[in-house]
Design a protein around this ligand. Sequence first.
Ligand code: ADP
Length: 622
Amino acid sequence: MRAKLELDPHEFLLRDSLGETLRALAHRADSKGLELAAHIAPNVPDALIGDSGRLRQIVVNLVGNAIKFTERGEVVVEVSLANSVGQLSNLPSSSAADASVIRATAENGIVPSITGHGENVPHEIELHFAVRDTGIGIAADKLDRIFNEFEQADGTTTRRFGGTGLGLAISRRLVRLMHGQVWVESEVGRGSRFHFSVRVGVQPRRHDADDSIPILLENLRVLVVDDNATNRRILEEMLKNWRMRPTVVAGADDALRELTESVASGEPFPLVLLDGHMPETDGFMLAEMIRNRPELLSSTLMMLTSGGQLGDVARCRSLGISAYLIKPVTQSDLFDKIVHVLDRSNVMPPSSSESPATIAMPRINLTKTPMRVLVVEDNIVNQRLAIRLLEKRGHSLALAGNGVEALEALEAAPFDAVLMDLQMPRMGGLEATAEIRRRENGTPRHTPIIAMTAHAMKGDREACLTAGMDAYLSKPIQADELYRTLEAFAPKADSNQPTKNDEIVSATTPSPSEPLIDWSAALKSVADDHELLHELIHLFLESLPQWLLDLRAAIERQDQPTAKRLAHTLKGSLRQFGAAATTKAQQLETAADESQFAEATTLFSELQAELDQLRPKLLERP
Ligand code: ADP
């Protein structure tokens, strides 16, 4: 007797739904030591209409079988648009008629054509699911029977693996209800690949849906360490989709080498994704090795593990790992977690006094003339500040970490204005500005460039002018000052747009004051945004150990430019918080500038002592 199968179509999100389904199976895979991975092609829409429950049933059945019949290796689910799968397009359609099961070789398998449904009907698409394993495989002469009810590939199957021989038959009925087909390719001893297609609706695009990629991720370097090649490929693709810059490696040795090289090249990885379970050195051991290397402290670590073993979370916490994800990692999961760990407001130290509800969010009026701004700045604290202030006001922006990147960005796209830091590794702001002006020479183009400088060194203003900058902002950046200066260059305000060099806007630098922190100055610089201030403080405290290590090393080896640059960075951040230690950092910068290394050493110790006092104060809310 056949149970009646009916569909109950509704709106669902494919990535979430598949992620949930696979998570339920992850434990089973992990207990056998199998990798379970999922890959949904980027062009597959997410918001669909269909019977997600029935779809889940099919996936559970196929993946469940794949796990059951595989002893080592991996089980991978891949989802793509049916007619975008190249290998499917040039196949004999005759075999497709009713042959939902056909035999194929592993390499260039004969599979039924599923492209015969005409062109893509708007709002309806055909999805192609493939579930592949590295298991026992199925003998060729059994392939055409396993979809029948109560059929198993061989008589010993029930004895060895249990089962009813019903799963695939039910799956086939469900797939047909969804106007699709199911078929299989397999090779004994090498594994199987089950395919099915289904037709689903696409939800009309919601206008409020925000699928923009946060600027935070753009161009961000990320190191992926995973021994499994499929996972590496999937992660690499996801990260590239978000315009991040992934480097993928298979093990701890390569990871440490990449990390060390990245620090040496001045472009450390802000984010490292570690696979928990790897042969020899596993992710946890590697995390510990990374944490024991002071020069690698600035990297945020995320752990991806399959089991969710008891104690993993505690281990992560003790190793300072920011997030923990259970594999198979879905795109939305990974995305949310990455944004979460990079957006430090989420890991703010708990407040000792005020409840979050009492924190005031300032109202900043949106600009009437949104601009596209290139922010060129190497200090992550200043970057965040600029991003937040500009975005709040309704401007869009791109980030460059130094002059070289700024030149690249300007080659790639026009900007309404550039906010340019002066001292940066590889190429500083003056040099970059000179080069930008050289390239503009003979063209009608003149991109307004606004210097952001700590204002300390005499002659900065002249140097900015000479290099071809248009305006001048003092750090710490003040919100109102920033908006006023920047928006004077808004493209629409043609008539009163300052011309080259004729208007230098300068802000006064608040003098650092006692006691240790001038909270009112600090808050003013962020337009009274308490949350932002704490985010910046947190970033600062996180970067501080690395800065100090580097600075001390630079003084010791009498590396004048590096010592000066680091002292300058430190000073800029301290001034941001209205910290009294700014003075000491300023003195240190001057000593470094003048190559007075003995004096710099003394000043460095004094600065360290001041910072020791400052640290706990910074964690108190104003
Ligand atoms: P069962 O409950 O017996 O697993 P199914 O209808 O799901 O019933 O599968 C039918 C038969 O197909 C299985 O008994 C097994 O012999 C074979 N089979 C299904 N999936 C796989 C796979 N991934 N690898 C090897 N054999 C498989």
